[in-house]
Design a protein around this ligand. Structure first.
Ligand SMILES: [Zn+2]
Length: 237
């Protein structure tokens, strides 16, 4: 029959391993969430960029249409110019042609500017598409990794839980209820080894009297609230 201290020592080891496994299990979904958020951010950036790209393209198209309309108008006025009935009419037509030609020259500059912007933004859209694809690949990879590891982690978790339950059954009746309350509140932190006469949780030194009691097999709670135990290999020296 193991001493209470030995029981607590093996219980603590099992609880520590269980916590490790549970932390790893919890880490997986968090890793996935981080990648999902990153992907969402990239997708939003891409959508916004595509919208702006579309707007710039539409603006270029509108200006182009305006240019064509003006050109048609100029050609129409030229026809009228050829058959002008008076000098006054002739002057009006030439004035209109000059004004529309000027307007078109401005429009042509603006169209060129808009088209240059369209080209530049096309490159940015391509880059944003690649960023989305990379984020998708990363998410797929992490998800697959997590899913691959999960079954064996769950198995180990279940086995450790069984072992913990078995060892807990060996706890003396006078300590078991208190231990359970503590374990419920603090988890693996419910237990603390005593090393170099100190609680390894709060580092308060035990009096010689309490150390003797602990070594004689009595179970003691530290002032920090943890149930203390002597690790295997502790000697009476
Ligand atoms: Zn303590």
């Amino acid at each position: 029959m193991a001493s209470p201290s030995q029981t607590l020592a093996s219980l603590h080891q099992l609880l520590l391993r269980l916590k490790e496994i549970q932390d790893e299990l919890a880490h997986g979904p968090r890793q996935i969430k981080v990648r999902q958020n990153a992907l969402q951010k990239r997708q939003t950036e891409l959508t916004e960029l595509r919208d702006r790209h579309k707007q710039v393209k539409m603006l270029a198209d509108q200006k182009n249409l305006q240019l064509k309309t003006n050109e048609a108008k100029i050609s129409d006025i030229r026809t009228k110019l050829n058959v002008a009935a008076s000098n006054r009419e002739y002057e009006i037509f030439t004035g209109q042609i000059a004004a529309d030609t000027m307007a078109n020259s401005v429009l042509e500059d603006e169209i060129l500017e808009a088209l240059t912007k369209v080209d530049l933004m096309q490159v940015e859209v391509k880059q944003a598409e690649q960023a989305v694809a990379a984020a998708e690949a990363e998410l797929r990879k992490i998800t697959a990794d997590v899913q691959t590891k999960e079954p064996s982690l769950k198995e180990r978790e279940a086995a450790l839980k069984d072992s913990v339950a078995n060892v807990e059954k060996q706890l003396p009746n006078d300590i078991a209820p208190q231990y359970r309350r503590l374990a419920q509140a603090l988890g693996v932190e419910a237990l603390a080894a005593v090393e170099n006469k100190c609680c390894t949780c709060c580092y308060v030194q035990l009096t010689s009297q309490r150390l003797v009691e602990l070594r004689s097999g009595k179970l003691l709670f530290c002032t920090c609230g943890r149930l203390m135990y002597l690790p295997p290999g502790d000697s009476d020296r």
